[in-house]
Design a protein around this ligand. Structure first.
Ligand code: HEM
Length: 362
């Protein structure tokens, strides 16, 4: 069957392709960091709710996570919309085709996200009402969130496979296709989800640091517990990452192991940053956070390079005509900066609330 590619949007790109690609990768990094805290956090909360019956440390961790997770969910969704806009505008021909092929599973993302969100709210606000079902509801939210991630990986890998589209559509137009036959699917998905536990471990260590500053003895154990998740998951990631790399088509893999110096350097600097973060986390959580953000950034650039490799024989974003809409773009840029400033302010307030209370005289 020949490769069939839908035509590009005749409206063209609203800004140069290079600028849209930078914004796509930047906003994807923000989305994926929030997603990591959400996916890892919900699962760890479910584990802690169970363990909390015998351990005051876990009972407290579950309580604190239950307060943070609904906000993390809304951040994940909001920060997902920005890369969604850029993916649609740059790779719409591929992204929409994949979405049509897997229409029903893809639409189920909305239901799964809503149900997971309700679950998180119930665990936060109605734990007494849920009684012994609270752990089950937390697990259901965790499973739904992990499923959403899996559906995203199905979509992302199907987007990168133009040679499959016509055959799949000819086989059935019912919108029920998935991408199970794809050899990179499982390692790619695990690569994201194992990272979620590592990043969330760091988040717990940070919560611990804040509590320790406040003189709260829970903090000491939280720093150690979070660091253990971070180190354990990053060790697993070394194996999963290699699996993912070796599951790639030979010529793509070659390009990351010396075939192309820039690609090789970006990927392996990311790995070095993650290993350094693992070595540093017991000495300085903040250094580990900075190194991890660097690792996620380098990995996200690698992911984008890989997408270009897969799609370049069929689609070239740099060849799509550009009809700049600078006024729209300026509005977007201003709102993005304001939005990020508000999130930064929220995080700062949260951080300040962890500082020891200053003595006041009446
Ligand atoms: C709440 C649960 C969510 C989880 C667990 C999740 C997870 C993921 C994962 C794992 C990927 C990477 C897939 C891959 O490359 O293999 C991804 C990509 C993406 N997500 Fe999410 N996501 C969630 C919600 C959302 C929502 C609600 C939106 C949009 C409003 C969104 C927008 C995106 C976009 C646009 C990408 C692809 C960006 C690109 O290709 O560069 N996500 N997500």
């Amino acid at each position: 069957m020949p490769v069939v590619i839908p035509p590009a949007d005749p409206a063209g790109l609203p800004a140069p392709a290079w600028l849209l690609q930078i914004l796509l990768v930047f906003t994807f990094i923000l989305h994926i960091l929030a997603m990591n805290l959400l996916a890892g956090g919900t699962t760890i909360m479910a584990i802690s709710l169970r363990k909390g019956k015998d351990s005051p440390f876990h009972a407290e961790l579950a309580k604190r996570l239950s307060k943070a997770l609904p906000v993390t969910m809304s951040l994940t969704i909001t920060l997902g919309i920005a890369p969604l806009l850029f993916v649609q505008v740059l790779y719409g021909q591929a992204f929409y085709t994949a979405s049509v092929l897997m229409a029903w599973p893809w639409l189920s993302v909305i239901a799964l996200v809503l149900l997971a969100y309700y679950g998180l709210y119930l665990v936060q606000f109605r734990p007494d009402w849920l009684g012994r079902w609270v752990t089950t509801i937390a697990w259901l939210s965790a499973i739904f969130i992990l499923l959403v991630g899996l559906l995203y990986t199905h979509n992302a890998t199907l987007t990168l496979a133009p040679e499959k589209w016509a055959t799949l559509y000819a086989a059935s137009a019912a919108g029920l296709h998935m991408n199970w036959s794809e050899p990179t699917l499982v390692p790619r998905y695990l690569h994201f989800m194992v990272a979620a536990f590592a990043v969330c471990g760091l988040g717990i260590a940070l919560l611990g640091l804040l509590a320790r500053k406040r003189g709260d003895s829970w903090g000491e154990e939280a720093v150690r517990y979070g660091a253990r998740w971070f180190i354990g998951a990053t060790l697993v990631q070394l194996a999963v990452g290699l699996w993912f790399l070796f599951s790639l088509p030979g010529n793509f893999m070659q390009s990351f192991i010396g075939g192309n110096m820039v690609n090789t350097l970006i990927l392996w600097l990311g790995v070095v940053a993650a290993v350094l973060a693992m070595l540093m986390v017991n000495r300085s959580v903040l250094a580990a956070v900075l190194l991890t953000v660097a690792a996620v950034t380098l990995m996200s650039i690698t992911r984008h390079t890989l997408r270009q490799m897969y799609l370049s024989p069929h689609l070239d974003v740099n060849a799509i005509p550009v009809n700049p809409q600078w006024a729209m773009f300026a509005i977007f840029a201003v709102l993005l900066v304001i939005g990020l400033a508000v999130v930064g302010w929220m995080v700062w307030q949260f951080y300040k609330s962890g500082e020891p209370q200053k003595a006041t005289t009446v």
